[in-house]
Unconditional design. Structure first.
Length: 119
């Protein structure tokens, strides 16, 4: 009988721990990073950047936008599997959270989350 109670307690503590981790992963985002400070030493790290989409390329199931900050530093951001890929993003301001990657020897951000900033 004691084993059954211990088993139930262990199960409930495990489920509570998983729920806490899921909650924390949603609310804990990296702080804003300046585009000018992004370098190859940061490959595979998560960052958040803020900028204005100055151009976009729609390539079927993903989109590439050129995001520029107030200092006119720009970086390509890839969006795949995101909602509203058919909507135009040019001229809008966004906060993008994602992972720094390299493609054809150029740095880019693979977006995990993109949020439009209200002006």
């Amino acid at each position: 009988m004691e084993n059954a109670g211990l088993l139930k307690l262990s199960f409930m503590v495990s489920i509570a721990g998983i729920l806490i981790l899921l909650f924390l992963s949603e609310i804990m985002q990296p702080g804003l990073t300046e585009i000018s400070s992004i370098s190859k030493s940061m490959l595979e790290k998560s960052v958040s950047i803020r900028g204005v989409a100055v151009s976009e390329k729609n390539l079927g199931n993903f989109k590439i936008i050129e995001l520029c900050d107030r200092l006119s530093m720009c970086i390509p951001v890839t969006l795949s599997g995101k909602k509203n890929l058919t909507d135009s993003l040019s001229g809008k301001e966004f906060v993008v959270a994602g992972r720094i990657a390299e493609y054809k020897n150029e740095l880019q951000i693979e977006a995990d989350k993109i949020i439009e900033v209200d002006k």
